[in-house]
Design a protein around this ligand. Structure first.
Ligand SMILES: Cc1cc2nc3c(=O)[nH]c(=O)nc-3n(C[C@H](O)[C@H](O)[C@H](O)COP(=O)(O)OP(=O)(O)OC[C@H]3O[C@@H](n4cnc5c(N)ncnc54)[C@H](O)[C@@H]3O)c2cc1C
Length: 439
């Protein structure tokens, strides 16, 4: 039976906040009785082998916070577990739905999913609105003068900065319209166990911007032993912080940090325009490289047992915390691809499983950068020396000592491969595979 009250739906996805949320603002401003929903997509969750996945728990905790805020204003979040299409079909039968609102997502599978739901809505003559929210500039907003997408970061970044004005960072004042959330008693909230996952003792820590860290960012960002970066990636990933707010802060505090936020958008734009990167090299000729793909060596890399302390420290930080410092991500990625000649997509998949901040565009961009197959990648002949990187970026060995305390003991493994040998091997392999089209 269809309920009589006309409602509009706002569908949360990677925009899990009430404040400064573009799609939510438009839903609330233009409608009465906005029903906020979140779907634990069974098709995505089923693919996660680890049923203690910290990201699912993180989302669950964030939704619990949202629910508290909504219940406090006499409304509620509807959280449903299942197949997205089936859920919408059912919602369309249960409620008298006037409009559906979302924020844009740029991943190929999300674009496909959203267009399926849009089609379903259109069949019932229900308008489906989608807004830019998780980036400052999207799709074709920053292009070269000929209208084509940039594939090199620096000119993209310059155009991005020269296009930015106050309107792009103005917050959406959702709070002014909170009275337009649907009035309802709280909906039953599925537990983590009910959706097939095991809770740990994780607590949700709301995002905070440490202005001192951001002000010193350009000097400290490369040293993994120092708390010199924002640690906001997980919040940017799930939208628990607004990009407009961070961009406004970056403009005031640190231009180098603004560049990092722009890297994020650059890779999202690359994924949007060149979705083939999901399944292969951005520069397609790099698909010819004959990887060695030694499974035992891959396992040693995953477990932080390569005998290269800086690589092992990074992998152990990742395995223990779900985070790895950016400098070390670059080192371990380069090591896997270039020292061990293992397909970058193996490393990409391992990071995707382990990183709390896992994001398809940034992860794929980072891996293809390391493999030299990406749009604006490290040149193929750049093979990071783990020892030289350690001397520069962990000179007191504090980061290594923290994660590999036994690195000077006899029990610590010998290096899995000799650096000089590995360097020559990868240069020859790349040269032979790519011939004279090396770029
Ligand atoms: C191989 C590899 C894989 C990576 N995988 C991911 C990933 O899955 N998810 C992810 O968010 N980042 C990824 N990065 C980028 C970067 O390492 C992290 O964003 C950063 O370490 C997060 O720490 P932070 O929040 O303290 O970042 P800060 O240094 O404070 O930077 C601020 C924000 O800018 C963005 N950012 C910074 N550097 C990059 C970058 N190189 N590319 C894209 N965005 C960037 C992030 O959103 C970050 O939170 C990867 C990098 C490499 C080399």
């Amino acid at each position: 039976m269809v309920s009589e009250e006309e409602i509009s739906i706002f569908w949360f996805r990677r925009d899990l906040r009430l404040s400064d949320n573009a799609g939510l603002f438009n839903a609330l401003k233009n409608n009465k009785a906005v029903l906020p929903i979140f779907i634990f997509d069974r098709d995505i969750l089923n693919k996660l082998e680890n049923k203690e996945d910290a990201r699912v728990e993180f989302i669950h905790l964030v939704l619990t916070e949202l629910q508290k805020k909504l219940v406090a204003i006499g409304s509620s979040l509807l959280v449903i577990h299942g197949n997205t299409q089936e859920i919408f079909t059912k919602l369309l039968k249960t409620y008298s739905i006037k409009n559906i609102y979302i924020n844009n997502d740029y991943e190929p599978s999300a674009i496909e999913r959203d267009s399926r739901i849009e089609k379903l809505a259109k069949q019932k003559n229900i308008p489906f609105y989608s807004f830019k929210d998780q980036v400052i500039f999207e799709k074709n907003e920053i292009t070269k003068d000929d209208g084509l997408p940039y594939t090199i970061f620096t000119p993209y970044m310059k155009k991005w900065k020269s296009s930015l004005n106050e309107t792009h960072i103005k917050p959406f004042a959702t709070k002014n319209y909170f009275s337009n959330f649907i009035k309802t008693s709280p909906f039953r909230f599925p537990t983590l166990t009910e959706i097939g996952f095991k809770p740990s003792r994780m607590k949700y820590v709301a995002p905070t911007l440490n202005e001192k860290i951001i002000s010193n960012y350009h000097e400290q960002r490369n040293f993994p032993a120092i708390e010199g970066t924002s640690r906001l990636s997980v919040h940017l990933r799930f939208g628990t912080v607004s990009i407009r707010h961070l961009t406004a802060k970056a403009k005031l505090l640190n231009d180098q940090w603004l560049n990092e936020l722009i890297w994020r958008e650059f890779y999202m734009t690359i994924l949007f325009h060149f979705p083939h990167v999901v399944n292969g090299s951005f520069k397609k000729q790099y698909n010819r490289i004959p990887w060695r793909n030694d499974e035992t060596e891959f396992e040693a890399w995953c477990n932080g047992q390569t005998g290269y302390p800086i690589v092992d420290a990074g992998m152990r930080e990742l395995n223990t915390t779900g985070f790895m410092h950016n400098r070390v991500r670059m080192i371990v990625a380069s090591f896997l691809v270039k020292h061990l000649l293992i397909d970058w997509s193996w490393g990409e998949a391992y990071f995707a499983e382990k990183l709390m901040d896992y994001d398809l565009s940034a992860n794929n961009g980072g891996w293809q950068w390391a493999a030299s197959s990406g749009c604006d990648a490290a040149p193929y002949f750049r093979v990071f020396s783990p020892d030289a990187q350690t001397k520069r970026f962990d000179p007191q060995l504090n980061y290594i000592r923290k994660w590999v305390p036994e690195f000077e003991e006899l029990t610590y493994p010998q290096p899995i491969v000799d650096h000089k040998f590995a360097r020559e091997r990868v240069l020859n392999t790349y040269k032979n595979a790519l011939g004279n089209i090396l770029v």
